[in-house]
Design a protein around this ligand. Structure first.
Ligand SMILES: [Zn+2]
Length: 412
């Protein structure tokens, strides 16, 4: 099974100075900054997924500048991402236009994007159904929901037709959208009749694992032996072997990266399968809540500045084993009271500090950064921790898959 990372221009500055928190003045982002796959000496994903919605900035502002977008179209994905060795899949990024009545792209427009960017695999135009309601199968499917499934299938038929008549290089992937196991199975059957052998299952992101498994089981009853599945958006990897048994050949995810700085507690994945909370030492100017308190006169800027510096010094000393755990923790919690009086990360920080997980990780990020990787502070550290998570996640996925292979091997 292949893990595709859904990129949204996530790069880091390889020359960032973590002690001084400064950059090389001659840095040119596009030339000098690095993607996750350029930072590690061993793989951190099997492929990339690049969504048209993200590139074009549908719904939210684009992470791509106009110049970057032009470069992507001109050079193609392999050159642009400096990833000649990785398969790259394209899709529309249906979540970016989930609130629209109809998809904002025509089939021709999307095909032009796939051809210009030279994708290896490309997903047909789809429209997400954001509901899981198996009881609708007994009658009463909302019109809008049925329309979303119908338009997704209609666009998949047009997409495959254009692919055949123009003899395009990429492998076409049809999308199944549904609201229940039976409705997903019907969509997969329809796509197989059209001629698809690689089918993406959409709308799974908010579903519980039991619901995903129920859908895959129903799909499996109609799945032809040669049909491979791709799961669009997966957040966990515990059930990866079950997914594999139901024909899932690939999936994509952004969770390992996002959790590094969006999650309240699971910020750092450890190779021993535990997740740790990163140590928050916010930069005063970058923390809107703290700045408000300072401006309102509730917090003294001097005191905040002093605590911020003391936290950084305490973590440096703790990493060098010249400051005790409790001494370090006290400073961190005193600062936390100042920038966010409602939170208390004492137990979580104690676990992180006691286990020192950054010392045990063998990835290039942790080897380079040391304790800086565990600091929740600024994009350069936070994104690198996300890259580290990708690296660990990739290993977790492939270790899970290898376990099953060993079981199969020992049984036969
Ligand atoms: Zn690491």
């Amino acid at each position: 099974m292949k893990f595709f990372y859904a990129d949204s221009q996530d790069l880091v500055d390889p020359n960032f100075n973590f002690e001084l928190e400064s950059r090389d003045p001659s840095r040119i982002r596009q030339r000098d900054d690095r993607y996750a796959h350029e930072l590690f000496t061993t793989p951190c994903y099997d492929g990339l997924l690049v969504s048209k919605g993200i590139v074009d900035g549908i719904g939210v502002g684009s992470r791509y500048t106009l110049a970057q977008r032009h470069r992507l179209y001109r050079l193609g994905v392999h050159e642009f991402f400096r990833a000649r060795h990785l398969p790259v899949m394209g899709d529309c990024g249906a979540f970016t236009y989930v609130n629209e009545k109809t998809p904002p792209f025509s089939v021709d427009e999307v095909i032009r994007y796939y051809v210009d960017c030279d994708f290896d695999m490309a997903v047909s135009v789809d429209h997400v159904i954001l509901a899981y309601q198996p009881e609708w199968d007994a009658g009463g499917i909302p019109e809008d929901v049925q329309y979303r499934q119908d338009i997704t299938l209609e666009l998949a038929a047009q997409f495959l037709d254009r692919h055949r008549t123009s003899k395009l290089r990429f492998e076409p992937v049809g999308v199944a959208q549904g609201w229940s196991p039976a409705s997903y199975a019907r969509a997969v059957e329809a796509l197989q009749r059209m001629g698809y052998t690689y089918i993406a299952i959409g709308g799974m992101v908010p579903l519980k694992t039991t619901a995903i498994i129920a859908c895959l089981a129903a799909i499996n009853d109609v799945r032809k032996p040669g049909t491979r599945l791709h799961l669009l958006g997966v957040t966990r990897c515990e059930h990866i072997n079950e997914f594999a048994r139901y024909g899932v050949a690939s999936f994509d995810s952004t969770s390992p990266l996002r959790q590094a700085f969006k999650d309240d507690k699971d910020n750092y994945y450890s190779p021993s399968n535990l997740n740790y909370t990163a140590i928050r030492i916010p930069q005063i100017e970058a923390n809107a809540r703290l700045m408000r308190s300072i401006r309102a006169g509730v917090v003294s800027q001097e005191r905040a500045r002093k605590l911020e510096k003391e936290c950084l010094a305490a973590m440096r000393a703790y990493a060098l084993r010249t400051c005790s755990l409790d001494g370090t923790l006290n400073v961190l919690l005193e600062y936390e009271q100042v920038y966010d009086g409602k939170k208390n990360h004492e137990a979580a920080y104690r676990a992180t500090l006691a286990d020192r997980p950054w010392e045990a990780c063998e990835c290039d990020v942790c080897r380079d950064l040391g304790y800086h990787v565990i600091l929740f502070r600024g994009a350069e550290r936070n994104r690198r921790r996300g890259f580290h998570n990708l690296w660990v996640f990739y290993r977790r996925v492939h270790e899970e898959l290898a376990k099953e292979l060993r079981l199969v091997g020992s049984a036969s």
